[in-house]
Design a binder for this molecule. Structure first.
Ligand code: DC
Length: 230
């Protein structure tokens, strides 16, 4: 069993890739973006972020011990659901409101430290696939397989638009594109653990690939790496 790190830009299908690959291999899937989203959701619910988006960092830091995030496999959808302090928050953390506030939360050092510690604990037994921004560079720099996924901002915005519309959420393509571009900028320019390709990562630009094509490519590559590590 190996550790698989899937990093890359937001909304480029990392979680679909990771979820499907985990099912094929019988591995555990850890969606680290869901963890930063859960912290953000908690902060919004508890008035730690105000209407202008200002974060009361001192209060958030004090409350970090009260934020417990876990995953429970949901056989109906074939992937783990995210739980925050025992409450299923899987849909609540995917709204545009959470998306708009998550990048600043993910720049905070004390938030990252807490999340990285939990991710290392969850993944220490191997047989795991983690998706995020800093998995191959910071969380598991020794991962046997590292993929860096990207696609054009416009294609990613269209995919997120389709996803939200399918869920019945009202949204506007231009707002989503702006959100995607802003998050790219913040994620890549933050001081701590910025989004960057690990030197030994394999790049996948899936702008013009179907999910099936991407899955086939990934499974073939993974099988080669798994058999080389045995
Ligand atoms: O993958 P996502 O869109 O659900 O991630 C939400 C945000 O969390 C994203 O703006 C960047 C941040 N993030 C991070 O900083 N580090 C990770 N390992 C995963 C996500």
């Amino acid at each position: 069993m190996i550790t698989i790190a899937i990093d890359g830009h937001s909304s480029c299908g990392k979680s679909t890739m990771a979820k499907n690959l985990a099912r094929e291999l019988g591995y555990v899937y850890i969606d680290t973006g869901a963890m930063y989203r859960s912290v953000t959701y908690y902060a919004i619910q508890n008035g730690i972020i105000d209407a202008e988006g200002n974060i009361d960092t001192a209060r958030l830091q004090q409350e970090m011990d009260n934020i417990n995030i876990s995953f429970k496999f949901n056989p109906q959808i074939g992937r783990p659901d995210t739980y925050l302090n025992g409450e299923r928050v899987e849909d609540k953390i995917r709204t545009l409101e959470v998306s708009n506030h998550v990048s600043p939360i993910a720049t905070l050092g004390f938030v990252r430290e807490a999340m990285v510690a939990q991710q290392r604990e969850m993944g220490k037994a191997k047989g795991v696939i983690l998706d995020g921004r800093d998995i191959g560079t910071v969380v598991f720099p020794d991962a046997e397989l590292k993929i860096f996924v990207t696609a054009s901002a416009e294609i990613r915005a269209q995919r997120r638009y389709d996803e939200l519309t399918a869920k019945g959420e009202e949204c506007n393509y231009d707002d989503i594109l702006k959100n995607v571009q802003e998050r790219d900028y913040i994620d890549s320019h933050r001081e701590i653990s910025p989004l960057k390709q690990a030197e030994d990562a394999i790049v996948l630009d899936n702008s013009n690939m179907t999910i099936d094509e991407q899955q086939e490519w990934l499974l073939k590559l993974t099988k080669e790496v798994v058999s080389a590590s045995e």
